[in-house]
Design a protein around this ligand. Structure first.
Ligand code: AMP
Ligand code: GLY
Length: 424
């Protein structure tokens, strides 16, 4: 197949690597991509991934069979709608269904209509409404911006003044959501959907906070692992857990979106929290998670292209369940200096080949570029080191040995990714 992947993160690199590993001889294109993706796909740097017209023209002219949309911005811009209108299969929801991620209030309305278990929440348009909601739920306080905020729109804090200040920062742009605080382990579960049928992938856990011990600010994600062996304790294992979430969350949401005329074709990301009162949804995303994709796709043993093409062309019902390796996967994100507050860019990266030569290790690039032939970090989450192994202890040892090979001045990474499951 001729496949175009939109985006430039480690998630998109992981998608490209999974497509390449099929050895089906796909012709892979990426826009805009990054230096690492450029090793594995043909970059189309001049194509604006957020322009519905430009992407459709390019895909049409180049005879692209399938467009895979990585990040949320092209979804919200309507790129998938334009492609489908031209008859080009696109993996990613249209603008209307992407509101499931783009608007927390829309997501809450869909969850209410679908009867999906989630925490209590109140929408607030004024400071007085925020204060009333904070008092209603008590501490710890959870305040969320309504629109897309690249993982930075959420604050979870015991400090009422900090919660109010966060609300003040976002109220000028629209309403904010004040939520009941939920507690328990978090799970990221991905569902592929063609608007009607769903197929679940293997679950993963993400580490959202910047520093070890879950300290520091929320980030897009500093590491992840898959599968989740501890699901065996409360749910009798992954299959039973996945079946329950499919029945209580994914299928009702997909049915509701279809019934309201906004069918969801693409990746439904359920961010779940396993509370003592049962499984609850914290958020939905309308795209693959980053960095969870790096570990989930590292374990996928059935062809990704067929799964996503079946979804994009409305034939998921005929597609067998995806299969996964019994090997485990761990990914650790190397972040540039100053991430997440004020990223520093342009510093050279060294030791990449030595890191990638460790058995079971591969690198998924995010913020990298070639400057005069030198590989540099362009800030933010620079790359994901991904390691597989028979045990978490083994995969972790490989990932951290690879990180020790890489130098990038001022960079940081968490040292405790998957530490608890490795010790169990
Ligand atoms: P979100 O962007 O909605 O996924 O929120 C980012 C992170 O904030 C989540 O992964 C949780 O760790 C935390 N969080 C969000 N909502 C809640 C909640 N209601 N209770 C506890 N933690 C939450
Ligand atoms: N890792 C969280 C996300 O992709 O939103």
């Amino acid at each position: 197949m001729r496949i175009l992947v939109l985006g430039s993160g480690a998630r998109e690199h992981a998608i490209v690597l999974a497509l390449r590993s099929e050895r089906a001889g796909h012709a892979l294109f990426a826009a805009p991509g990054n230096a690492g993706i450029g090793e594995d796909a043909t970059l189309v740097p001049d194509l604006d991934p957020n322009s519905p017209g430009a992407v459709t023209e390019y895909a049409d002219a180049e005879g692209i069979d399938l467009v895979i949309i990585g990040p949320e911005a092209p979804l919200v811009a309507g790129v998938a709608d334009a492609l489908r209108a031209r008859g080009i299969p696109a993996f990613g929801p249209g603008r209307a269904a992407a509101q499931l991620e783009g608007s927390k209030a829309f997501a809450k309305r869909v969850m209410d209509a679908a009867g999906v278990p989630t925490g209590r929440a109140m929408r607030a348009r004024t400071r007085a409404e925020v204060e009333a909601a904070l008092d209603e739920y008590g501490a710890p306080h959870v305040v969320k911006a309504d629109g897309l905020a690249a993982g930075k729109g959420v604050i979870v804090t015991d400090d009422r003044a900090a919660a109010l200040a966060h609300a003040d920062a976002y109220l000028p742009f629209g309403e904010v959501l004040v939520e009941e605080f939920l507690t328990g382990p978090e799970v990221s579960l991905f569902f592929v959907s063609d608007g009607d049928t769903v197929r679940a992938l293997s679950p993963a856990q993400d580490f959202k906070r910047a520093y070890d011990g879950d300290a520091g600010p929320n980030t897009g994600g500093m590491g992840a692992y898959s599968p989740l062996p501890w699901l065996a304790d409360d749910f009798g294992g992954e299959d039973a857990f996945v079946a329950e979430v499919t029945r209580t969350v994914a299928e009702p949401v997909i049915r509701t979106l279809d019934a309201q005329g906004t069918p969801f074709v693409g990746l439904l990301y359920a961010g779940l929290i396993l509370t003592s009162a049962g499984i609850k949804v914290i958020e939905f995303n309308a795209r693959f998670g980053d960095p969870e994709t790096q570990v989930v796709l590292a374990r996928l043993t059935s062809p990704l292209s067929r799964l996503l093409m079946s979804a994009a062309s409305g034939h998921l019902e005929d597609e067998p369940e995806p299969t996964f390796s019994t090997d485990v996967a761990v990914t650790v994100v190397l972040a540039g200096e100053g991430y997440p507050e004020s990223p520093v860019t342009g510093r050279p990266l060294h030791g990449m080949d030595a890191a990638a030569s460790i058995p079971g290790v591969h690198l998924a690039h995010a913020g990298t570029a070639l400057q005069d032939g030198t590989l540099v970090g362009t800030g933010g989450r620079v790359l994901s080191v991904v390691a597989t192994g028979e045990t978490f202890a083994h995969a972790r040892e490989r990932a951290y040995r690879a990180l020790a090979e890489i130098t990038l001045e001022g960079s940081h990474y968490r040292t405790d990714i998957a530490a608890r499951v490795a010790a169990d």
